[in-house]
Design a protein around this ligand. Structure first.
Ligand code: ZN
Length: 138
């Protein structure tokens, strides 16, 4: 069974490649490249998979999952300028793709063994744009 918990955080970012000109960055990233940054209300959906415990009827205690998301993702990223305040985004472009990979790295150590293993990280950057990450750079 796969069970999913949602969390939200607001953060700002700039998407640009330093070695490219302003014009090239604008062509590549559009408004995302504006040097002063802009914000998004990110929505995170984290799915864990496991077998249902016959005694509790649960895959895992979902308040434990909320605590992991809060400590590893929401507290460090909420109301931050990702490029300046949240490593590795001082050197990795904080596209929604890279944000999903980073969140996977942050939470997977806490969700690496039974009863519940990390299955997917979904990050919405806008209501109509999201990425799914399943680990191993896929
Ligand atoms: Zn953006």
């Amino acid at each position: 069974m796969v069970i999913t918990r949602k969390a939200e955080f607001s953060a700002s970012h700039v998407c640009r490649v330093d070695s490219l000109s302003d014009k090239e960055n604008r062509e590549l990233f559009g408004e995302e490249a504006h040097p002063n940054g802009h914000g998004h209300n990110y929505i995170l959906e984290v799915s864990v998979e496991g077998e249902i415990d016959p005694v509790t009827g649960m895959v895992m205690n979902l308040s434990d999952l909320r605590e992991i998301l809060d400590q590893e993702v929401v507290q460090p990223m909420d109301h931050r300028f990702l490029n300046k305040e949240v490593p590795p985004f001082d050197r990795t472009i904080p596209t929604v793709e890279n944000i999903a990979i980073e969140i996977w790295k942050l939470i997977s150590p806490s969700l690496s063994k039974p009863p519940a293993k990390l299955h997917a990280v979904r990050v919405y950057e806008t209501p109509d744009l999201y990425v799914d990450y399943f680990g191993d750079a896929r």
